[in-house]
Design a protein around this ligand. Structure first.
Ligand code: SF4
Length: 151
């Protein structure tokens, strides 16, 4: 299971396949990580620095995070994509198609001026989260999305 959680400042990725339930995140920032709550991750008003430290202490790599650099990522079902916006400009997208076999992620692209900020990963996680919530089978003919899916 892939999940993307965002605040204004940071994005947190969670890959359940890697989670060893060592609970370091829970101990490090109980406001954001609480296994007795659903959803168990809720960044809410937790301090950014505290979230960041708790994520950094995850021993398995299940949790990772990046700064948002004022870039918003939104899911746009009608356009079959997630899209990244900086101010009013669309600076990246991850496109998918609905097939009889499920959702296929076929294209991920970020404006070169914004590369190296984790935006492509946010875009792919955004689509994966929505696909999994929709209980769709997932495939990726986009090589970058396939890499994230099979990590
Ligand atoms: S610290 Fe990492 S491995 Fe441990 S429960 Fe949290 S996400 Fe899972």
């Amino acid at each position: 299971m892939h999940r993307l959680y965002e605040t204004e400042d940071i994005s947190v990725f969670w890959d359940s396949e890697k989670c060893r339930h060592a609970k370091r995140c829970v101990n490090g920032c109980p406001e954001a990580f609480d296994i007795n709550r659903k959803p168990w991750i809720n960044l809410g008003d937790a301090e950014t620095a505290k979230i960041w430290k708790a994520v950094s202490n995850c021993p398995s790599g299940a949790l990772t995070c990046v700064y948002n650099h004022e870039v918003r990522v939104v899911f746009e079902m009608q356009e079959h994509r997630s899209a990244a916006y900086y101010k009013d400009d669309r600076i990246g997208e991850c496109d998918f198609e609905e097939t009889p076999q499920g959702w296929n992620l076929y294209h991920t692209e970020v404006d070169p001026a914004f590369e190296g900020k984790g935006i492509a990963k946010r875009l792919v996680y955004c689509v994966l989260s929505e696909a999994e919530r929709s209980k769709a089978d997932i495939s990726a003919s986009c090589s970058y999305a396939a890499k994230i899916l099979n990590q």
